[in-house]
Design a protein around this ligand. Structure first.
Ligand SMILES: Cc1cc2nc3c(=O)[nH]c(=O)nc-3n(C[C@H](O)[C@H](O)[C@H](O)COP(=O)(O)OP(=O)(O)OC[C@H]3O[C@@H](n4cnc5c(N)ncnc54)[C@H](O)[C@@H]3O)c2cc1C
Length: 398
């Protein structure tokens, strides 16, 4: 795998590596999914709906504060530069989010649109996605700085050439959605266990897993979707591929009386080519949320202290004062530390553990995986039931 520049545009071309067809299983096979975040939770739900007997296990619970899926909100956007595979995956995910929020009876997707701040005449990250948007009849709207000032007076347009508004994107209630998926899984007949899991490897098959409650569970196949923990669980296979970094998001307090002008903004991304600050409205009134796509320090997702880094916060403050002048002196009202589970090239990993015939690895969300959860879970169910080949893009040997 080669390194990518950032989360917003994983490398699209892959080395031609022969990918073995992954094993598949008969309808009533007994499967265990470890990790109830966006990747594991949705996979377990789709596998269950295919007729498999499924147990889902999580050490700290779905959407827990240590997990990547545990923050309030996550962006859902189709824009992936020239990477059509993720554009298409997002289109399917969006459809599944909409269908499932009806099934869950919970509003999880907020269609605010996504506003891309573009500094130059051409911004490959956005412009290269325009043909895909056209293909799906999901076109973006081009806004001049003058038009932006009228529509979004809270935003300063300094140094911007234009903006694009993707009216189909928005944000997802992440923590709540992760819990909804697990609750639905149980309601629909799945077995959920809260325990920490240790894999027990035995030549080419995994016989069983050990649970922290002393139980030993056996299944026909095991899917490990343990986010930032995958590297330490499988050090020889994933230790060098999944790196966990400390990522911070901040919630700033808007001045009294101005909240609506910030709450009603779309999701926005500042495509300055270096830092990539982005913001998400809503957040059940926790404040004006901003994040940055720069990779933080290496982090241990179990023992790492969740405190903010003063220099990173200072930079974020400077940025919001520049782009949102009314927030120049806004106080920090909350913050959150989440782990990125980075694959070197930013692409997801879905593959068989190379030393086994029944252990599957799913992860490498790399700071952009949440939105894709339902479509990725569907893909996992398609592959394990023998209906589809796993994409080369997600292979361990790409
Ligand atoms: C700051 C930040 C901003 C992001 N922004 C976006 C965004 O805007 N849009 C987007 O789409 N994505 C975004 N992402 C990425 C997205 O959140 C992740 O890719 C996604 O949540 C990963 O889900 P996961 O299921 O792989 O991992 P997790 O959510 O971390 O789930 C893994 C689970 O495994 C469990 N586990 C671990 N080890 C064990 C064990 N041994 N036994 C049992 N259970 C175990 C954990 O408790 C955890 O619940 C962002 C991530 C961060 C950190």
């Amino acid at each position: 795998m080669k390194a990518s520049q950032n989360t917003f545009a994983p490398r699209s071309s892959i080395d031609q590596a022969a990918r073995k067809t992954l094993p598949s299983f008969g309808k009533h096979a007994n499967l265990i999914v470890i990790g109830a975040g966006a990747f594991g939770g949705w996979s377990a739900l789709h596998l269950l709906r295919r007729g498999f007997k499924v147990t889902l296990i999580d050490a700290w619970g779905p959407g827990n504060s240590r997990s990547s899926s545990g923050d309030e909100t996550r962006v859902i956007r189709s824009t992936y530069g020239s990477n059509e595979a993720y554009f298409d995956l997002n289109v399917r995910a969006l459809q599944l989010w909409k269908e499932n929020e009806v099934r869950f009876r919970k509003k999880l997707f907020f269609n605010t649109g996504v506003l891309w701040f573009c500094y130059g005449e051409k911004t490959p990250l956005v412009d290269d996605s325009l043909p895909f948007a056209k293909k799906h009849t999901m076109q973006y709207e081009y806004l001049t700085p003058q038009e932006m000032m009228v529509r979004f007076p809270a935003i300063s347009t300094q140094s911007l050439h234009h903006a694009y508004l993707d009216p189909f994107g928005g944000y997802l209630m992440a923590r709540e959605a992760t819990r909804c998926v697990q609750q639905s899984f149980v309601k629909e007949g799945g077995n959920y266990v809260q325990a920490h899991v240790k894999p027990v490897m035995n030549n080419q098959t995994m016989d069983s897993i050990m649970l922290s409650n002393g139980n030993q569970l056996r299944a026909d196949a095991y899917l490990f979707a343990c986010g930032a923990w995958l590297g330490e669980l499988f050090p020889t296979v994933l230790g060098h591929l999944i790196t966990c970094t400390k990522q911070e998001v901040y919630y700033f307090g808007t001045p009294a009386g101005t909240a609506p002008s910030f709450d009603e903004l779309p999701v926005w991304v500042d495509v300055d080519g270096t830092d990539f600050y982005y913001g998400i409205p809503g957040n059940t009134h926790r404040g004006f949320k901003i994040g940055v796509d720069l990779r933080g320090e290496i982090f241990n997702p179990t023992t790492g202290e969740r405190t903010h880094t003063p220099e990173a916060l200072d930079k974020a403050r400077k940025f919001i004062g520049y782009r949102f002048p009314a927030l120049k002196d806004a106080p920090l009202v909350e913050y959150r530390v989440c782990p990125y589970e980075n694959a070197p090239d930013g692409n997801f990993i879905f593959d068989l553990h190379p030393e086994t015939e029944n252990v599957f690895l799913l992860g490498g969300g790399s700071g952009h995986g949440f939105k894709h959860g339902p479509a990725l879970g569907e893909l996992v169910a398609d592959v394990l039931s023998g209906n589809k080949k796993a994409p080369d893009l997600f292979s361990l040997h790409r």
